[in-house]
Design a protein around this ligand. Structure first.
Ligand code: 48F
Length: 257
């Protein structure tokens, strides 16, 4: 019966997808713009990459532009990435471009998955696997399980490296520091917390702060700003895209060794 075939098709292919992703090269936590860009370049380089976002619709803070005015701004330095994702744009004024935030977010997601990354939506990463003083994977649970406070154990997914792309809260870096009595590669050894808005400094420093902060753990996007204590920058997204590309390139160079 077609009713059963539809259900069987979904269950069996979903389970295949999950099984294929139980051991990864790269686990990316958070489906914001920086993480999605990273997923795209990592997948294009042939690495096995999965991305986990707690929401039904990944894309993070990009869908809503600024204050729900659904346009975003990107500077010249990141336009090569905009072109890689085939996003339409309009010149704004010197060195700045504007684009539709819905087209931009959906283009990032489409190209990442099409390039071979797997995105698991409705998955919350509640912890990491921490072995031999190294971050070695992620511990995942259904978002509704956590929202309901149900007493249900998570699943474990091994990864050679984990990327914290969780945005302003840098949840994974904070969890690793809090639970394991270790020091992150920051001035204080912990998550410093993002500073108030400064577009120029924020855009510059988010890319500089994109790096490995503990063996096996990288940060990108606003999580990198939060970890390093650098300014937020608001609805200009070039730094997010460049941060995602930078973390991908660092991981590609490392795993290709
Ligand atoms: O915050 P977010 O969009 O990440 P980003 O790549 O981009 C920041 C910009 O959107 C904007 C900005 C720059 O102009 O200031 O805010 O740094 O997206 C982070 C994603 O991570 C998910 C969350 O649902 C969101 O989609 N997320 C956060 N914590 C977890 C998580 C978690 N523990 N498990 C799974 N997903």
């Amino acid at each position: 019966m077609i009713e059963t075939r539809v259900s069987r098709g979904i269950v069996s292919t979903y389970m295949d997808k999950l099984q294929r992703n139980l051991e990864l090269d790269v686990a990316i936590v958070g489906g914001g713009p920086s993480g999605i860009v990273a997923a795209y370049y990592l997948a294009k380089a042939g690495l096995k990459v999965a991305q986990f976002d707690r929401k039904l619709a990944p894309g993070g803070g990009m869908w809503g532009g600024a204050m729900m005015f659904n346009q975003i701004v990107i500077q010249e330095e990141a336009m090569d990435i905009v072109c890689d994702f085939h996003i339409n744009y309009q010149p704004l004024d010197e060195g700045l471009y504007t684009m539709d935030s819905v087209e931009s977010t959906s283009a990032l997601l489409y190209h990442a998955v099409h390039a071979g990354a797997t995105i698991f939506n409705c998955y919350s990463v509640e912890d990491v696997i921490f072995k031999d003083n190294k971050v070695s994977g992620v511990v995942v649970n259904w978002t509704p399980v956590l929202r309901e406070g149900l007493h249900v154990d998570p699943l474990n997914i091994l990864a050679k490296v984990v990327v914290d792309g969780t945005g302003h809260d840098s949840e994974i870096a904070a969890t690793v520091a809090r639970k394991n009595g270790i020091r992150l590669a920051t001035e204080t050894g912990g998550v410093i917390g993002e500073r108030s808005l400064d577009v120029v400094a924020g855009e510059d420093e988010v890319v500089k702060g994109t790096k490995e902060i503990y063996p096996g753990l990288y940060v990108c996007g606003m999580a990198a700003s939060a970890v390093s204590g650098t300014p937020r920058m608001g609805p200009i997204f070039g730094g997010m895209l460049m941060s995602g590309k930078k973390v991908a390139n660092e991981i590609i160079a490392r795993l290709a060794r």
